[in-house]
Design a protein around this ligand. Sequence first.
Ligand SMILES: CC(C)(COP(=O)([O-])OP(=O)([O-])OC[C@H]1O[C@@H](n2cnc3c(N)ncnc32)[C@H](O)[C@@H]1OP(=O)([O-])[O-])[C@@H](O)C(=O)NCCC(=O)NCCSC(=O)C[C@@](C)(O)CC(=O)[O-]
Length: 317
Amino acid sequence: MTNSTLPRFVEVVEVGPRDGLQNEARPVPLDIKVDLIDRLSAAGFANVEAAAFVSPKWVPQMADSAAVMAQIRRRPGTVYSALVPNMKGMEAALAAGVGEVVVFSAASEAFAQKNINCSIAESIERFRPVAEAARAAGVKLRGSISVALGCPYQGEVAPSAVAEVVRRMADLGCDSIDIADTIGVGTPVRVQAVFEASAAVFPMHRLAGHFHDTYGQALANIYAALQLGVASFHASVAGLGGCPYARGATGNVATEDVLYLLQGLGVETGVDLRAVVEAGDFITRAIDRPNNSRAGKALLSKWAAEQGEARGDAVCA
Ligand SMILES: CC(C)(COP(=O)([O-])OP(=O)([O-])OC[C@H]1O[C@@H](n2cnc3c(N)ncnc32)[C@H](O)[C@@H]1OP(=O)([O-])[O-])[C@@H](O)C(=O)NCCC(=O)NCCSC(=O)C[C@@](C)(O)CC(=O)[O-]
């Protein structure tokens, strides 16, 4: 049975290699990053956020982004996206063959200063030549708006403040715009208010939900956004991540959990859940991190039990 009011197809953007790994204090070896991205591409994602061409002084973990982009196996049908804060990053991103660039600002002045060291208005001016270069190169342009549901420095953020940044990003020519709950404080009714305010200035079907799961609300928030017709969500394999400029924020909602939810709702994604669960198992072992996907862990246990049964292993009563 499908729910006829929900989108029939949802794009899940896998952000684990960037948002998931950017916060790791220990360097993640290049070959592990490349292996992870290749596994995720093979799982069928149409968009993998693979890199960030930001200052290595600000986010050292992303310093090898050009090498990552050079070594991945590019799957036809997958766009490899990367964060770009300015023209220096844009030049590097274009040289690396990025398919979509993500300019990122915030819905609060305080967070913009902490994350990109400038005001919201200054960030938009910095993005103008980036947008022009993207258009000239035929590369997609995505805008991302942090702290849209609450800010660790400012507190409450009004939906109208988010919509104002959406409007400015729309004016830049963004193809799509992410509404990000950086610290995972949003709840469904609030999420709907922010999307409704944003959709007054940019089409709902070109908005995406980027929910961190700090307060365990991300799946409920995705469902609330789906009901409004939002058809693109970001997720991080095994729920990896956090934000270096939002202390205490946990990772994105786990991709495996989102895929499991969508599968249950009869919504297509084109992504192979089993391959993502295996990628989550791979990366959490490789970097010695807990697997934060409930569905991922449950499926791994189920498959291990099924394999044991097939071998005729004794089962403890
Ligand atoms: C925006 C800046 C660069 C301003 O940083 P700044 O210090 O004001 O910039 P600057 O122009 O004075 O440059 C400082 C140094 O960085 C270099 N530099 C400058 N730009 C680049 C570049 N692109 N690539 C490589 N190097 C660069 C530049 O060349 C210089 O090097 P130096 O001369 O000192 O040797 C900095 O604040 C920055 O890189 N911030 C990025 C922070 C970041 O990546 N945060 C995490 C990602 S956002 C996120 O996770 C949120 C999201 C998207 O997931 C949604 C959500 O959940 O909220």
